[in-house]
Ligand binder design. Sequence first.
Ligand code: CTP
Length: 396
Amino acid sequence: MAEFSGKRIVLGITGGVAAYKTAELARLLVKADAAVDVVLTEAATQFVGPATFQALTSRPVLTDLWDARAPGGMAHIDLSRGAAAILIAPATADFLAKLAHGQADDLLSTLCLARACPLLVAPAMNRQMWEQSPTRRNVRQLIDDGISLLGPGSGDQACGEVGPGRMLESEELFEELVAFFQPKLLAGKRVLLTAGPTFEALDPVRGLTNSSSGKMGFSLARACHEAGAAVILISGPVALPTPRGVTRINVESAAQMREAVLRELPGQGLFISVAAVADYRPAKAEVGKIKKNGKVMALDLVQNPDILAEVSALPEAPFCIGFAAESQNLAEYAEGKRLAKKLPLVVGNLLQDGLGGDANSVTLFDDQGAHPLPSAPKIDVARAIVAHIASMLIPR
Ligand code: CTP
């Protein structure tokens, strides 16, 4: 995917062992069509070499304030002009201190002070260094100065200790940088989503479920978070990683999903119901395993509550969005569900277009009519849905 098409990123590397992860990050950025200018501090060159980054980015790598290759000898000014952002990964405790105090005694720190673009830092250090009051003070100052902090994560450290201070993994940094550039269309909003299938137990080992992969719901949770919302994702059983920054609650049955939704609902501005909730559950879940007896077996099923309809009927209902996955007559069924459940917006798709795959082709149904979106990867479809929702939230 070309998330960074037309963007130039300055990737600053300071002297920490996590610098090896930045090589992978540079590769991910280049693969996403970014032009990547790498700047190493002298300490960074003790851990990684310019040749690695030159090979990965196909661009010159700078280490020296006095590098004669920069036109007019002004690398510290020129590099940030026209750049979409500077990302420092890893950012050592020493470098954070420099940034906090506006020190400019090498190419990277000078470049940061002279920048005309956003600055993001991915701290990496021993947990005690991270927790010391000078670092806490510096971090507060950086946040005050509008610098974005990515991480750090927590876990095993190169020094053998365990705790906060690990640099985020390259994929996580990549995802954070992608999110950074998304328009903050839902800033300050609180969003509750459901996703995935539900599982309705028949006995301790068997149950009724469906083939929803959860991918569309998880993509929407990610897109809402990228757009600046606080997101809670209530998920049925799926094997998907939780999008960064999203709070996830796992449930199994429709009844558990309903209970979690009603519990989390107060204070939510939007409810996006993507889950393929089972419409029926076995009238009785057997305590012991059901044994075969050679005869035809009939199952008694009772209807589950409709979570979305219940939420949208509440006196203080949030802005509710439904999904309709149909095998035929998409417009008729989706619009029918929108009116029946009193929803401002329904996202409809034909099962053959989306189920289980990474791409989807959807049509949005609202009071203004039907709006087909181009077929695209689910994350792009999710971002387009978010943009449509945001446009509906602005009073017309
Ligand atoms: N939904 C829900 N609770 C249910 C059933 C559905 O919250 N018990 C929500 C889904 O998350 C989706 C919307 O309602 O946003 C439509 O779901 P769908 O299963 O397509 O429609 P139903 O109303 O159940 O109609 P049918 O299954 O007959 O097509």
